[in-house]
Design a protein around this ligand. Structure first.
Ligand SMILES: C[S@@+](CC[C@H](N)C(=O)[O-])C[C@H]1O[C@@H](n2cnc3c(N)ncnc32)[C@H](O)[C@@H]1O
Length: 455
């Protein structure tokens, strides 16, 4: 049996303490916001019940919440993550910092803040973000270009000081931006073009100083163990990870058309992880559930391999979603089918790197498309059973938003002897056909406006 679920909740409530919101003021956990991140509290509760786990894995590590929580509790943890910016970022978050290196970053930061406000000195080119003027007003953009150049000019590549200053730079670029994160589909505030006598522009250097102070405050709180983060694809986790694990706590992408590139692109462009829009689409196409740019047009042409396990719940939902009366039903059915084909690859592989009786926790949310409910938790359950896991159960955690039918769940299971070893991917029939009609542009545009749900 898996251990009894440690969370007792009123699941008719949104339980915001289980989401990224709880992490925002929690030292390193709050360094950068990722809306689909889950909370320290959720992970810690599960970990407290499994302190015996010798090795913990999060195969969809994101900002590294699982591994960092485990490390603060003195446990050994590893994250696997596809997005190179998140790998870089969590590798800093996971580090142990000496008092000397923190003080060095602090004094360099003060000098850099002053130099960035002066008219002379180096400056960087603005990043190639589409409609960059919507993101930052002229003064803020000029300041950020100078700030980046000063950080690079006064620090060495790969040093602790540079890394901490760049994390503070990431926080600063969001604070100074016109982007409003109050909704999942990020919007832009109107730029204030009319400074009054009392607001003669923002103290941009002061903003950087505050963000750096927040980062350095988190840096002083060192974890008890040192977690690691590996770049790699969770669909083939066993290829990237050599050791075996006793506990998996993870939140994979949901099939709700949330694009990670959408939220991460300001950081990724500024720090050189993205070169242009095409690059952004390529990144999102590689990620599970990606729909950004070229990812959407690729989805339109995507065809099932025939090798994935397609449980009855999934087949039924695909029929409902692809109904001809739904304008982009075929495209969205492709999106859902590909999401679960990818997830099947992950679930049928992960058992290879788990010790017998290892416990897994998949925190997932359901979705609706054109009124058809996609019972993601039931599909995960069926897939885990098919992959040979035992004691599969679903625990409802929280209501997701105002839509009555949308919830988040923890799908838990235990690795039995057979999981991950004897799965033979037989070709299976998939009951919907891939999309072949309508122009790519129309489909891409339409898919952006339909079926999106917040976490
Ligand atoms: C819901 S987020 C995880 C958030 C994480 N729990 C946290 O607290 O920050 C899912 C993550 O899966 C990553 N991802 C998507 N496809 C992946 C793949 N094929 N292999 C590994 N990671 C992937 C995304 O980049 C994203 O960071």
């Amino acid at each position: 049996m898996t251990t009894p679920h440690p969370l007792t909740l009123d699941t008719s409530k949104q339980n915001a303490h289980l989401t990224f919101k709880q992490n925002q003021h929690m030292g390193r956990h709050g360094w950068l916001r990722l809306t689909p991140a889950y909370s320290v509290q959720l992970v810690s509760k599960i970990l407290e019940a499994r302190r015996d786990a010798a090795a913990i894995l999060d195969p969809f590590s994101g900002t590294g919440t699982t591994a960092l929580c485990a490390a603060y509790m003195g446990l050994t943890a590893t994250g696997l993550e596809l997005n190179p910016f998140l790998v870089w970022f969590s590798s800093i978050k996971f580090r142990r910092f000496s008092a000397t290196s923190i003080e060095e970053a602090r004094s360099l930061g003060a000098a850099i803040a002053a130099a960035s406000s002066s008219a002379s000195g180096p400056t960087a080119n603005p990043p190639p973000i589409h409609n960059i003027e919507r993101w930052w007003d002229e003064d803020e953009l000029r300041f950020l270009c100078k700030l980046k150049a000063c950080i690079l000019d006064r620090t060495e590549q790969g040093t602790t000081a540079r890394d901490l200053l760049l994390v503070a730079f990431c926080r600063t670029l969001i604070t100074l931006s016109n982007a409003a994160f109050n909704h999942q589909s990020m919007s832009f505030k109107d730029a204030d073009k009319s400074p009054t006598l009392f607001s003669m522009g923002r103290d941009n250097a002061g903003v950087f100083g505050k963000e750096l102070a927040f980062v350095l405050d988190g840096a002083t709180d060192n974890p008890r163990t040192l977690p690691s983060v590996m770049p790699g694809d969770a669909r083939q986790a066993s290829r990237f990870l050599g050791n075996k694990f006793d506990l998996v706590i993870t939140s994979p992408p949901y099939p709700n058309r949330i694009s990670y590139i959408r939220e991460l692109r300001p950081y990724m462009y500024w720090l050189g992880f993205l070169a242009d829009g095409r690059d952004a689409g390529e990144h999102d196409w590689r990620a599970i559930g990606g729909t950004w740019g070229v990812a959407t047009s690729r989805l339109a042409d995507w065809k099932p391999s025939g090798n994935a396990f397609t449980p009855a719940h999934l087949r039924k939902s695909l029929v409902g979603i692809s109904d001809p009366k739904n304008e982009n039903g075929r495209l969205l059915a492709n999106y859902v089918a590909k999401y679960f084909e990818d997830m099947w690859q992950h679930l049928s592989d992960i058992g290879r790197i788990l010790n017998t009786n290892a416990e897994v926790h998949y925190v997932v949310g359901n979705s609706t498309f054109y009124g058809t409910l996609l019972p993601v938790e039931d599909i995960f359950k069926a897939m885990l059973q098919e992959a040979g896991f035992a004691d599969v159960s679903i625990v409802r955690l929280r209501k997701r938003n105002s839509k009555a039918e949308l919830f988040e769940f923890d799908v838990t299971a235990r690795k039995s002897q057979s999981s991950g070893h004897s799965i033979v991917c037989e070709p299976r029939r998939v009951s919907h056909k891939p999309l072949r009609t309508r122009s790519r542009l129309t489909r891409a545009r339409a898919v952006r406006v339909r079926g999106r749900h917040s976490r």
